[in-house]
Design a binder for this molecule. Sequence first.
Ligand code: CA
Length: 295
Amino acid sequence: MKRLQSDNSIYAFAPSMDPALTASPHETVIFETIDAFGGQIKTSEDKLENLDFSRVNPATGPLSIEGAMPGDTLAIHIEKIELPEQGAIVTGEGMGVLGDEVEGHVTKILPIRDGYVHFDDLKLPVSPMIGVIGVATGGKAFPTGSAHQHGGNMDTKEIGEGTTLYLPVFQPGGLLAMGDVHAVMGDGEICISGCEVSARITVKIDLIKGVSMRWPIVSREEGLYIVVSLPSIDDALHEATREAVLFLQDRRRITFAEAAMLASLAVDIRISQLVDPYRTVKAFIPREITGGELF
Ligand code: CA
């Protein structure tokens, strides 16, 4: 099985990137990833303020997919996310939604055992997710800490095992990279981090020729999530809502007004994260409404 080790890492999704490895469509590939801190936080004494920020948010890759061309779509089936024995969460002054009320910098190490993340005496079931996953961009470069149409730091908790993530291809080969796994995270990621871990991710990648998308789409048993990331949460909410309505209009061949009504009845507009440079919103469309497969 092909494997990308974590020393193949990028810190920006750019239009031009050198592939670290090439795979064929339908091939299974393992990505070994380093946590969002670049592996610099190992104990509660390691604080965010002391990190070398040039090593923050590494994404393992890029992987070139044979035959992928601009205007195609990658279907990334996330088969397995293997976790280590501990993760870390940080917050501090000026960080996250309530950063103006937090004093100092705080790091907490969270043991991961028997399928649970341990927070003091509480046990939270693990729900592994990929925070950063994206492809080469069509225009300007985005740091791996940011997100846009190419994916990136979407911090969307539904990007986990059993999910298929669809990403638009902007450059030959697509050039896929990923990292920033969380063992568990709530919608909003309000303190600025989840349970940040290094991990081993197993994915199978398919190529859908001649189908282009404006924004990443997450497909799960319960339905689809259209994932929109923009500098302001208001703009992200508006665009995700509009994308869901356009999707329903196209899929069901109804008017825009009818699609807006259907969305008002059945679509959930949810927040993925409120703490990255671009905010992320997901429009959830239940499977009963989308009907069948996406493509
Ligand atoms: Ca993240």
